[in-house]
Design a binder for this molecule. Structure first.
Ligand code: GLY
Length: 333
């Protein structure tokens, strides 16, 4: 039923404003992890991030939310065993999977992380359930896995034979002293980066309403002690999104990202800087304060993205209306 009189006028003004409201250009950027990507895995990793960016972008083009777009992009990477997340998760010191994930909505500043998951096929969807259906911002272990069951999330065997082979090799090298376990992570990443093949996946998106979202997912650091939780489920460290600032997600050694609250720092830097400027500045600061071992992708309020890292590689893809699909396996030595 149409309103009448003054309320009708107000209705017409609102409708007009709604119709003339400019839609934002949807943008997505995803990464498949910082670390040391062997040459023979470059093309598979790049194909994986391109597919994830494309899937997320399709959601944005349908007019759906940034939150759904980052979730879909991360699911795509969790289901691709080339990446260290979901199905491809690396193994801890005992040879078990303990996966983490996080998601954050820049419109509401709601967000949540899940940690220490053994069997959930898509940890990112469980993080979204925690964000939307509970009062908590971080849940770990069996309880949250049960919550996944209640919501019908599929389970999977995340312990892939290739990861078991990598774990056995890493343990042998650890035992014969050719790697120094966790003393310290940075040296390990730098010298023996192959054990950190594709650390963590992440996605940032801006939808047609200009809302921002961030998501990430990881098997964590190889040979981590059982019970260790990284940065990925921690808001501010592994990811952050705020419509008023921007969105960012980190990859690399989680302990650095937590100590330096890296993703929130990148978002704060976007008050006065572009996404690229903020990511580059934060990585420079990280290198000075903590050394090598970190990568960042960022997205500012204008839909511009940034990428910076001090690890040997970072694999990423972005998709925007203006620039189309851009993907890179960036290497530094
Ligand atoms: N960045 C992933 C982790 O450290 O767990």
């Amino acid at each position: 039923m149409q309103p009448s009189g003054a309320s009708r006028l107000l209705y017409l003004v609102k409708m007009r404003r709604h119709r003339t409201q400019k839609l934002a250009n949807p943008t997505i950027i995803v990464h498949g992890g910082a670390g040391d990507w062997p040459q023979n895995k470059h093309s598979i990793g790049l194909a994986g991030v391109r597919k994830a960016a494309t899937r997320g972008f399709q959601i944005l083009q349908q007019g759906r939310s940034a939150i759904r777009a980052v979730e879909v992009a991360v699911i795509e990477m969790e289901d691709n065993p080339i990446f260290n997340a979901g199905t491809g998760s690396t193994l801890n010191f005992e040879g078990k999977v303990e996966a983490d994930a996080g998601i954050m909505d820049g419109r509401t500043l709601r967000g949540a992380g899940v940690a220490l998951l053994h069997h959930v096929k898509n940890p990112i969807s469980l993080a979204r359930i925690v964000m939307e259906k509970t009062d908590h911002a971080l849940l770990a272990g069996k309880t949250v896995e049960r919550l996944g069951e209640v919501y019908g999330l599929p389970k999977a065997n995340l312990r892939l034979p290739e990861r078991v082979r990598q774990w056995k090799r890493a343990k042998r090298e650890l035992e014969n002293g050719s790697i120094k376990y966790f003393s310290r992570n940075l040296k390990l990443v730098h010298d023996k980066g192959r054990f950190f093949l594709g650390d963590t996946v992440g996605a940032l998106a801006m939808d047609q309403k200009g809302n921002l979202a961030a998501a990430d997912s990881t098997g964590g650091v190889s040979l981590k002690l059982p019970g260790r939780i990284g940065d990925s489920p921690i808001l501010g460290a592994g990811l952050y999104a705020d419509n008023k600032l921007g969105a960012a997600t980190a990859t690399g050694v989680g302990e650095i990202a937590m100590r330096l609250v890296v993703s929130k720092s990148v978002c704060d830097a976007m008050r006065s800087s572009t996404a690229q400027g903020a990511a580059s500045k934060t990585v420079r600061d990280v290198t000075t304060l903590a050394g090598r071992g970190l990568g960042i992708v960022s997205l500012d309020r204008k839909g511009r993205y940034g990428v910076a890292h001090n690890t040997p590689h970072l694999c990423w893809a972005a998709l925007t209306k203006d620039k189309g699909l851009v993907s890179k396996m960036v290497g530094i030595r």
